[in-house]
Design a protein. Structure first.
Length: 162
């Protein structure tokens, strides 16, 4: 039994020293092996139905925001409340929130249980993208930035009459 323990310790010790022996010119990571940076407009849509994902991607593509989110999450109400509590979301008295943006992670959380209609989704996603463009939690700054996004959405919805 003692022989097995000493043999194991010896092999583990030798293995550690063997790993440390490399040639002086060896590189651990080269430029070709690193992962490419994600493009500015690539983002993940998680927890959405196929239709919701297609709709939110189309709306964001039409809005052409200055700053894209990294992820858009459709979550059930209980998870939305939990995330809002974890991120210390401040909602003014008398207001409710169907979605919010976590600026440090560039994530947009959407309460899928309170998702009302396709038109309202675009309206409020524009507001959340306004938070990202303004890079602050100010509702006024987000609405200013969202005006242009909403205008782009409305221009696409209006039929061209000549």
């Amino acid at each position: 039994m003692k022989l097995r323990i000493w043999t194991t310790l010896f092999l583990v010790t030798v293995a550690q020293f063997a790993w440390g022996q490399t040639s002086g010119s060896a590189k651990l990571v080269n430029a070709e092996a690193t992962a490419p940076e994600p493009s500015a407009n690539s983002y993940a849509v998680l927890g959405a139905t196929f239709e919701q994902e297609a709709l939110v991607r189309a709306q964001i593509r039409i809005m052409q925001p200055d700053v894209y989110p990294l992820r858009v999450l459709f979550v059930p109400h209980w998870k939305y409340i939990d995330a809002a509590r974890a991120f210390r979301l401040h909602v003014p008295a008398g207001y409710t929130s169907a979605m919010f943006t976590h600026l440090p992670s560039r994530s947009v959380f959407i309460d899928s249980d309170r998702y009302v209609s396709d038109a309202s989704l675009g309206f409020w996603v524009a507001h959340e993208l306004g938070h990202l463009a303004a890079n602050n939690a100010s509702e006024g700054d987000a609405d200013k930035a969202a005006r242009e996004y909403r205008k782009r959405l409305n221009d696409v919805r209006k039929p061209d009459v000549h």
